[in-house]
Design a protein around this ligand. Structure first.
Ligand SMILES: [Mg+2]
Length: 349
């Protein structure tokens, strides 16, 4: 099938404040073909990402044939090279990710198989979900056995106590066997991390996420041994196998969390997972419970752990993608529907 039209749109989100942190500036990418099949992808970059797709990459896509995963990989590589002067990391790759995901959706629909079945002959059918958020009681009552709470260092020594209280609460609600993590969104520094490792030791946290900025690889590498057995996790702000290659070489993280709608889509996500396997690093994608990451987890050697954000558990939210699977008793399954198995709620465009 041949690509006939490409369009990126920034949705009219209603239930979310217009901030990066609440809805990540996600864009919709639509790709039409002469076979009458339309693929949809979810990328990043907001209105700038829309401009990258509609103002540049679209012209490189029209007329191209999509018949195989290899075709999608070749197109990704072409678009990566063409956008390289302004791309490589950040907005350019976030926009390209949306195109890549739309192409996988197309190919899955053309073959009448879910995307995970394009990636593996034996996709995982049931993946353990973890809830990201502060309402441990709710998540526990819904059947989750894993929870990641948030913490921010604000500059006060009280911040140690708030971290301990959150860890204590999560551990007491979920029990000794549960998997408990903390995401600090780059607000700790080396000294805070070392002190937290001591104060939180009794709560047996699985990982500390995003402790320093992604550019401080040496700083994270220097902490890895001192916080064990807790892992240093991160990568939602990193892009492509090249960025993760630098993390690997620096031995800066024990667990990688690429965001499949930002890091280069499924094409680059699979390459990142391959690289991680070489280094023996587990991969648990950022927002891996959303279909884009979920199909990658299902169809690759990713860890059996899919992140489900608390804003997806709330009832009042924008439902942009209809028929997204939700965890049941703490486990989530990609649907058997073709492509990513979701349809677009056009009312939000
Ligand atoms: Mg995070």
């Amino acid at each position: 099938m041949r690509i006939t039209a490409v369009q990126a749109v920034y949705p009219k989100y209603k239930h979310l404040a217009p901030s990066w942190r609440t809805h990540f500036w996600q864009i919709v990418v639509r790709v039409d073909t002469d076979a009458g099949i339309t693929g949809y992808g979810y990328g990043g970059g907001g209105v700038a990402g829309v401009a990258v797709v509609n103002g540049h990459l679209r012209d490189l896509l029209i007329g191209r044939e999509i018949e195989s995963v290899a075709d999608i990989q070749a197109i990704y590589d072409l678009l990566y090279l063409e956008s390289l002067p302004y791309g490589r990391k950040g907005l350019g790759i976030m926009a390209l990710s949306g195109i890549d995901l739309a192409l996988y959706d197309l190919l899955g629909k053309a073959r009448d198989v879910p995307v995970c079945a394009l990636l593996s002959d034996t996709p995982k059918r049931r993946i353990r979900a973890y809830a990201t958020g502060e309402d441990a009681e709710l998540y526990h009552s819904l059947g989750y056995t894993a929870n990641k709470f948030g913490h921010r260092w604000t500059g006060s020594d009280d911040d140690y106590d708030t971290a301990v209280r959150s860890a204590e609460r999560a551990r007491s609600i979920f029990g000794e066997e549960a998997t408990i993590m903390v995401d600090v969104y780059m607000s700790w520094d080396a000294d805070v991390t070392l002190e937290m490792a001591k104060r939180l030791a009794d709560y047996n946290l699985y990982w500390f996420e995003d402790i320093l900025t992604p550019d401080d690889l040496d700083g994270q590498a220097a902490l890895i041994d001192d916080v064990k057995p807790t892992l240093i996790a991160g990568g939602e702000h990193e892009f492509t196998r090249h960025g993760f290659g630098a993390i690997a070489k620096a031995r800066a993280m024990d667990l990688w969390q690429p965001d499949i709608t930002w890091c280069g889509g499924i094409t680059e996500g699979m390459r990142i997972v391959d690289l991680a396997e070489e280094y023996g690093i587990p991969v648990a994608p950022h927002r891996g419970g959303e279909v884009w990451g979920l199909h990658l987890i299902s169809g690759s050697a990713c860890a059996d752990l899919a992140e489900f954000h608390s804003d997806h558990i709330r009832s009042e939210r924008d439902i942009l993608w209809v028929n997204e699977p939700a965890p049941i008793d703490g486990y989530i399954s990609p649907s058997d529907a073709p492509g990513f198995g979701v349809t677009l709620n056009e009312a939000l465009l």
